[in-house]
Design a protein around this ligand. Sequence first.
Ligand code: SF4
Length: 287
Amino acid sequence: MKKPAALYIHIPFCSHKCLFCSFAIAVGGVYHANEYLNRLEWESSLYKGAHLDSVYFGGGTPSMLSVQQLGKLMMIVKNNFYLNDNCEITLEANPESIDILKARAIKEMGVNRMSLGVQSLDERYLKFLGRRHDPGQATRAYDILRQAGFGNINLDLMFAFPSQTDQELETDVGAIASLASEHLSLYTLTIEPNSRFYTQALKLDDEEKIAGHYQRVCGLLRDHGFGQYEISNFAQEGFQSKHNKNYWLGGRYIGLGWGRTAFLTTGVIGTQGNFRNILMPSSHRRV
Ligand code: SF4
């Protein structure tokens, strides 16, 4: 497979479940990480020699893995795939699971782009979402990534919290944009089946208000120098994500891991791999 593709590797471990989350995750399952990596190694070998323009380690929380486990993950990729020149390699991190030693190690492994799950710098809304970090931890984690030498950082930004006021929105977006990351991914809070908010029957604000807030966020980010290159992604000049654009343009991708999908030439192949049993013993399953 010389025609380049994007590679997504799902690392499903999380320390807890955020209240809005409906992703395939394994809370408390990180002690299975070595076994999981062995299965990823086997699964990668099925695509051996494929050429890649981008790699994305998503979650879950990839930064929960130890430095040794992250090293093995990178080795699996390098041993099984051909990384094209300027291959974009992104790893997702949560503010509470990154420190300077881990950040430096991730940089040395060859990861050249970090995505930090900030979501908000408003303490009240972070608690509302069930996040484990506070605003101070988020900004410290961002500084740590800079100290480690990362020059390409994405921050996740969420809005449309029930009763969020115009002023709260503007303050939050302004605070996150002022960190001057290279990229921002925007998420509207939605209530998905299988999330805690769904079981709580949480009600969102009306669509007209949310649409107005979306337009406001787009305008604020433009004022901070971010160009919008698709519905929910914004970047400084020269920092649009190759990986995001590949999905957006219907390009080829390979997905590995528990919550994987893949699209090569004939369609989507495979969802929810055979990792379920090793990862989700009933005693650790969370809904
Ligand atoms: S939102 Fe992210 S960190 Fe929170 S539970 Fe879901 S995958 Fe884990």
